[in-house]
Each structure stands twice: as structure tokens, then as C-alpha cells.
Design a protein around this ligand. Structure first.
Ligand code: AHM
Ligand code: MG
Length: 334
């Protein structure tokens, strides 16, 4: 009988092969995956569970919170605080760091997450996701914000769950990228997409074109050349997609290639970009690089950025190597 490989079986075997045995991380990832399964159930029930719609509250970024933003944040906090492996957590939905309650065993890791990315899509039944990143906290002190502000190169694990037509979990521990699909009958994420790699070339780009008038010259040039297609300098036609769920866009790029851009623009000069470094750009950049892609602000490798704040925003240009390198070269030439 073909039984398949569960996520934890796969990671145990990966640790054996790489000689990096670490049962603490496996325990932590077990509770992270339980959180994602719980979120998947809440999203699947949708209106039946009375979880759709917005609240009157705003999060730290001044964005209206969806009921599910708050519910999924609570699920992530309260499932993972009992893992025994965490010193603290930080999330898109909380202004400050979350200390592990006194009655829970503490550990040496920090968990940073966006519990419901793309939440503007949730009421219209379009894919959303959860993004997470695990960092080390090798101190006995209770973590403060400064302990979280580690560059993306220091991530131990990064992953996302995609709540789409099926629920998937895609993860890297620094040894490539592997995808798992939730088998609801047995309640486990099963290996379905081993060794995911991003094709180096692509004919598909993703950007919110309604911001075009605010883009900088290098992005204007790149997109206008794509749109010109066969008749322009690229001499081939491109296709465009925009889901407005970064998890869904990155997943599409991992499966069939592409370039995703949320670049720096002049729409709000106080913001360096829209997406957040710690729990969106860094984990996705770790995954993209591990799959053979490139991730940059246009001027700097995202993983090298020294964070200055938990909710810092950065421009994001990621995906197929040849296209992202072209956009970087347009920035350099500017
Ligand atoms: P969120 O975390 O508040 O959902 O915001 C992040 C999302 C990304 O998933 C997506 O790429 C982007 O915002 C879409 O922004 P826009 O609505 O400007 O197109
Ligand atoms: Mg988000």
C-alpha cells in the first residue's frame, strides 16, 4: 500500500541526511502545522462559522482588521505558545512582541508570522495564506524587539500555508524547498511537491498596475517593455496576473515561474513599499532563493537587510532569475 510521506517524516529524514538533528525544531513545526490546519478549517467553514467580514478595529499598520485576521492571529499565538520551543512571537496583527505566558515551557526560538496574508480576498473566496519565519534566541532573557531584528539570512526555517483549492504547506530549512498538500482524511500534510525550483526564464509578471503612475523609472521601463511584447525590445509576448495575495503569487511562481513586484513607489512617501520585511519579504525571499530564484528590493538583496523595526516595509521584486536580474540592472542603470 502506498502511504506517502508526512511533513514531519520528511523533515526528520532531511535532518538525518544533512546531519543536523534537531528535535526541538520538529516539535515547533508540529505546532506550526497544527495552527495552519486550524486556520484552514476556519477559512473553509467561511460564512457558516460566522467568521467573515470586518471589525471596527485597525491593526498597527492602520489597516481595517477582518474578523479572520484576529481569529487566525489568536490561533497562531495560542497553538504555538504551548510548543515548549518558543521564547516569543511577533505578528502583523500585534504592535509589540508577544512573550510566552509564565505557565508555558519556554524555548530558544522566535516565531514571526502574518497569520492571514491577502486578507482583503477572504470575503470573496479567493486564496489567502499564512507566512512564518523562525529565528533563534540564544539568550535566557525574555525577548525584546531588538532580538527579533535579525537579517533574513539568519532564518532557520521559513514557510507558508496556502488556503486555495487545496491547502498546501511549502517550507525551507535551508536545504531546498518542498511542498506538502493537506490530506483532510488523515489530517496530515503529505509530500506532493518535492524539490520545488523556479524556472530561470518566464513570460509572466505580477504587479498592481493601478499604482503605475507612482512607480520609479526602472519599474516603468521593465513593465512597459513586457506590455510592448513582440513589438517591443523583448520581442516576445508576456502575460500578467495579480491575485493580491502574495502567498498565491509566490506559489504560482514556484510552480511555473514568473516575477512578482511590489516596488518602491511615490504613493505614500513615508512608506518604503507595501510589504513587511520580517513576516512577508524575508520568509518569501528565503524560499525563493532556496528554489533558485532571486529576491531584491531592486537595489539590495532582501535577505541582507538589517531590520530596523518589526513592521518595517520594503520594496519586493522576486521570482525567476533572469527577469529579476533584468529589473535589478534597470535600477543600477538609472
Ligand atoms: P495584507 O498582509 O494586509 O493582506 O497585505 C499584503 C498583501 C499581499 O498579499 C499582496 O501582495 C498585497 O497586499 C496586495 O496589495 P494591493 O491590494 O495593493 O494590490
Ligand atoms: Mg500580509
Amino acid at each position: 500500500m502506498q502511504t506517502g510521506t508526512t511533513l514531519i517524516q520528511f523533515l526528520t529524514e532531511e535532518q538525518r541526511k544533512t546531519g543536523q538533528q534537531n528535535t526541538d525544531i520538529l516539535e515547533l513545526l508540529t505546532t506550526v502545522t497544527i495552527s495552519c490546519k486550524r486556520i484552514s478549517s476556519a477559512i473553509n467553514e467561511g460564512a457558516l462559522a460566522g467568521v467573515m467580514g470586518s471589525l471596527d478595529s485597525e491593526n498597527i499598520q492602520g489597516e481595517t482588521q477582518k474578523k479572520l485576521d484576529v481569529i487566525t492571529n489568536e490561533i497562531f499565538l495560542h497553538t504555538n505558545e504551548r510548543s515548549g520551543q518558543l521564547a516569543g512571537m511577533a505578528s502583523e496583527e500585534m504592535e509589540t512582541v508577544y512573550d510566552i505566558p509564565a505557565d508555558c515551557r519556554r524555548g530558544k526560538y522566535l516565531l514571526v508570522f502574518d497569520p492571514l496574508d491577502g486578507s482583503s480576498n477572504v470575503d470573496v473566496n479567493i486564496s489567502v495564506g499564512t507566512i512564518f519565519s523562525i529565528l533563534e534566541h540564544n539568550k535566557t532573557s525574555h525577548p525584546v524587539t531588538a532580538d527579533f531584528l535579525q537579517p533574513g539570512t539568519r532564518q532557520i526555517v521559513a514557510g507558508y500555508a496556502l488556503y486555495g483549492s487545496s491547502t498546501m504547506l511549502v517550507i525551507t530549512t535551508g536545504h531546498g524547498v518542498n511542498g506538502f498538500t493537506l490530506d483532510r482524511d488523515v489530517g496530515e500534510f503529505m509530500l506532493t511537491h518535492p524539490g520545488m525550483t523556479i524556472p530561470t526564464q518566464t513570460k509572466e509578471f505580477a504587479i498592481n498596475a493601478s499604482n503605475q503612475r507612482f512607480w520609479e523609472a526602472p519599474v516603468q521601463r521593465y513593465v512597459s517593455e513586457c506590455v510592448a511584447g513582440k513589438t517591443g525590445p523583448r520581442e516576445r509576448d508576456f502575460n500578467m496576473r495579480w491575485v493580491a495575495s502574495m502567498v498565491a503569487e509566490v506559489h504560482r511562481i514556484l510552480v511555473r515561474g514568473g516575477i512578482f513586484m511590489y516596488p518602491k513607489d511615490t504613493k505614500d512617501p513615508t512608506k518604503a513599499g507595501k510589504l513587511r520585511l520580517m513576516y512577508e519579504a524575508n520568509p518569501m525571499s528565503f524560499i525563493v532563493e532556496q528554489a533558485g530564484g532571486v529576491s531584491s528590493t531592486g537595489r539590495q538583496r532582501i535577505l541582507n537587510i538589517q531590520p530596523e523595526g518589526l513592521h518595517q516595509r520594503v520594496p519586493v521584486i522576486l521570482g525567476s532569475r533572469e527577469e529579476v536580474e533584468r529589473v535589478i540592472s534597470y535600477h543600477a542603470a538609472n
